[in-house]
Write a protein that binds this ligand. Structure first.
Ligand SMILES: Cc1cc2nc3c(=O)[nH]c(=O)nc-3n(C[C@H](O)[C@H](O)[C@H](O)COP(=O)(O)OP(=O)(O)OC[C@H]3O[C@@H](n4cnc5c(N)ncnc54)[C@H](O)[C@@H]3O)c2cc1C
Length: 299
């Protein structure tokens, strides 16, 4: 005897016109989009499953979504470009923090499957790539159905709500991501814990900064609690910008407490291990920043 298995109906549009037609003909069912499949396939009991009688749209054959282009000011990647391809193509020009974030995600084989669109649209947890792209002010093109198909560019921070919940219209497709080509004097990315196997305790921290005469003149910082959301605010950016480096131990203790309380207030409830990791990552970053500033020679 074998158990009943129902297969999903899989649509494989070859271009955006076919994609639009598929979406329009299933406007009441809202088909499920399939990119690299790494998050979808990792969900317990998802596939094959008895309830798998859904309409799936595989984005893999839409050529336009595999394109990327670059000029002096920005790089633009189609949603189906894998994060490995982004790291390869942008090795010499993309901000170092982006390459660090990509290289800190999964292993090389999995990175070949993970797409930039899937990374930004994963719903069950927050990815590190989404947070890094947010502080880099990346923008995304969203296509969505409203009587007919529309497309619009959004700053990445605007496609998530304040808790990091994806807010693109139901059935919307993220089709392209635009990343400015610029470097910073200081770029830092670290993560602790796996968002796949231990998401309640996983944390990551990303920061970019510019220095002027040994002081921070511009900073963007983001904490990601992978099960809860992003903590990203002008208050934290201003706090980092106002500090005098190298930071003394007393001043450091005040700032660490303020930052930890701020994150806990924004993303309650933070587990004890998550809090310890959050403080550990922040501590390591400040030590590294102190060291960088002491050795910094302006360009
Ligand atoms: C072994 C392993 C290790 C990992 N390690 C890390 C890690 O260290 N750090 C980290 O942050 N993440 C990690 N991940 C998670 C990984 O980042 C996600 O699984 C991945 O981003 C999903 O991308 P995908 O292309 O496979 O998307 P899919 O799994 O195909 O889709 C994910 C979701 O996005 C939707 N979607 C996909 N593309 C689009 C689009 N263009 N427009 C709108 N919606 C879309 C899908 O409908 C689905 O809901 C790991 C995953 C694995 C399997």
């Amino acid at each position: 005897m074998y158990a009943e298995l129902r297969s999903p109906n899989i649509h494989e549009p070859l271009n955006m016109a076919e994609y639009n037609n598929t979406i329009l003909s299933y406007r009441d069912t809202l088909p499920y989009l399939w990119a690299g499949g790494t998050e979808i396939m990792s969900r317990p009991g998802y596939y094959p499953a008895q309830r798998a009688n859904v309409e799936l749209i595989s984005l893999d054959k839409i050529e336009e979504l595999h394109h990327f282009l670059r000029n002096d000011r920005f790089a633009e990647f189609g949603a189906m470009v894998s994060i490995n391809e982004i790291a390869q193509a942008g090795k010499l020009v993309l901000p170092k923090i982006l390459l660090d974030t990509i290289n800190g995600t999964a292993c090389r084989t999995v990175r070949e499957r993970i797409t930039i669109g899937g990374s930004l649209c994963t719903k069950s947890f927050k990815t590190s790539l989404a947070s890094t792209l947010m502080i880099l002010d990346a923008a995304a093109e969203i296509r969505y159905l409203k009587k007919r198909m529309h497309s619009k560019w959004f700053q990445l921070s605007r496609i998530y709500d304040k808790n990091g919940k994806l807010e693109i219209p139901e059935g919307g497709l993220l089709s392209k991501v635009r990343i400015a080509i610029q470097q910073y004097d200081y770029q830092y990315f670290r993560s602790a814990g796996s968002p796949m196997t231990d998401r309640e305790n996983a944390v990551s921290l990303a920061l970019v900064a510019r220095f002027e005469q040994g002081n921070i003149s511009y900073a963007r910082i983001i904490f990601t609690l992978h099960d809860k959301g992003f903590c990203y605010s002008r208050d934290l950016d201003n706090l980092i910008t106002s500090v005098q480096l190298p930071l003394s131990i007393t001043r450091y203790a005040q700032i660490e407490n303020y930052v930890a309380d701020y994150v806990k207030e924004s993303l309650t409830p933070v587990s004890p291990l998550q809090e310890a990791r959050l403080k550990g990552l922040f501590h390591d970053m400040v030590s590294d920043m102190n060291e960088t500033v002491l050795c910094y020679t302006p360009r």
